[in-house]
Design a protein around this ligand. Structure first.
Ligand SMILES: [Zn+2]
Length: 422
């Protein structure tokens, strides 16, 4: 691999201290050729010994004869940048080390959110959907303007939180959805039930149906936090995507598949993060007060695994990749692949596709991201290893390009200098 003249590459590779916006180094006409010996196309296909041609922000050709080569990624596994359909990008630990949640608005919190975006990108995720905080808007916009390095962010802004009758009448809920659209939301987030372990639905079928119907009329998708009965209710309401889903029956999963509703259960990263950082979370809103009480969370992990195992077997069910990454999980989103494959029997290729073309489809962005094909954004990553043989290769992201800009280009331990390509 060579560092080329790409500025950000130089920053990382050569340790330069100067910093400039990434896009200031992205001439629209710059042509880049990447050589790959193994390329996963994001849709389940594998290509060998080919080259990707990029102009500006987009892929313009897959041509084994293209040259000269700017980035020699032979010996690695090249694939589309990953998409995480459910994160909380602004969540971080505050000065006191405690979970600061979604509402922190201090300058320190803003910098920590920018740091979350940076490590998420370096971890191979070039697009994330962050759901549930208005603090996501300025971060999304700063990255889009090229002022900060980070993944492309889609966000819900303020969520619709079910509070029984207080959630509002169907008309009031419709007005809330329209207000979110005006505020610039890319998607509507709905909390339709309580937490992982207990609690009934927090809104009625009529309220939930109003939310998802109005969003559809406004051209927006809906992501619904749902456990138990709320899963079926969200399916009946025709919502776009259902999050978490513990307590869903096989009949519920069948209904989701029939209606083409995306399902986003988590296999482990979220709970592993809570358990690992229990002292940072204990006593903060919505979390157990003592570290000892966190032990009860360990019993939920097998329930997550069991649900994913059943979901994988549901014919035609579209399981999307979403980690629910919170403070402590940013940059480690790919651990969820390991959990899905190691603990839940998900096939490695299916796990990877769920974060590529399937996630792009769920976001309504199939024409822009999620696969390596002419016309799509040049979001390309490379792993040191073969994730189809050993899923832990997802931990070794050594190359990251987003929209034609290289943000990471590290020589992998296993790569020996290759014959120069012409
Ligand atoms: Zn969440």
């Amino acid at each position: 691999m060579k560092c080329s003249a790409m500025f950000l590459c130089a920053v990382i590779f050569c340790g330069c201290l100067a910093a400039q916006p990434a896009t200031s180094q992205t001439p629209a006409s710059r042509r880049i050729v990447i050589a790959a010996s193994t390329l996963l196309d994001g849709k389940g296909g594998v290509l060998h010994n080919t080259r990707i041609v990029i102009e500006g922000t987009r892929i313009v050709a897959i041509d084994p004869h293209a040259g000269p080569v700017d980035y020699d990624l032979r010996g690695l596994t090249v694939l589309p940048g990953w998409i995480d359909a459910h994160v909380h990008i602004t969540w971080s630990f505050g000065k006191d080390g405690k979970n600061a949640g979604p509402a922190a608005t201090t300058p320190e919190a803003a910098y920590r959110a920018a740091g979350n975006a940076w490590v998420t990108l370096l971890g191979g995720f070039t697009t994330v959907q962050s759901v549930g905080s208005v603090q996501d808007f300025p971060l999304r916009d700063a990255i889009n303007r090229g002022g900060l390095p980070g993944p492309r962010i889609l966000t819900s802004g303020e969520p619709l939180s079910g509070r029984g009758e207080q959630t509002g009448t169907p008309e009031e809920i419709r007005a809330f959805v329209r207000k979110q659209k005006q505020a610039g939301s890319d998607v509507i987030k709905v909390y339709a039930s309580g937490g992982m372990r207990q609690g009934p639905m927090t809104m009625s079928q009529d309220q939930l149906s109003a939310a998802c119907d109005e969003a559809r009329k406004q051209g927006l998708r809906t992501l619904v936090h749902a456990y138990r009965d709320a899963v079926r209710a969200a399916a009946i309401a025709g919502c776009t995507q259902i999050e978490h889903g513990l307590g869903a029956s096989d009949e519920d999963l069948k209904l989701l598949a029939e209606k083409g509703i995306y399902f986003d259960p988590q296999a482990g990263l979220l709970l592993e993060t809570y358990l690992h950082y229990r002292q940072n979370y204990a006593g903060t809103p919505y979390f157990p007060k003592t570290e000892a009480e966190f032990a009860s969370m360990e019993s939920i992990l097998p329930m997550n695994h069991e649900l994913m195992q059943r979901a994988v077997k549901a014919p035609g069910l579209k399981i999307v990749f979403g980690t629910d990454a919170v403070a402590g999980a940013h940059g480690r989103n790919a651990e969820e692949f390991v959990d899905r494959v190691r603990d839940c029997g998900v096939q490695p290729m299916a796990a990877l596709v769920s974060a590529n073309s399937l996630a792009a489809e769920a976001l309504g962005m199939s024409g822009q991201i999620g696969s390596i094909a002419p016309g799509l954004e040049a979001d390309i990553i490379a792993l040191d290893g073969d994730p189809l043989q050993d899923i832990t290769a997802v931990r070794r992201v050594v190359f990251v390009m987003k929209g034609g800009v290289v943000y990471k280009n590290e020589p992998p331990a296993t790569l020996r200098p290759a014959r120069p390509l012409r």
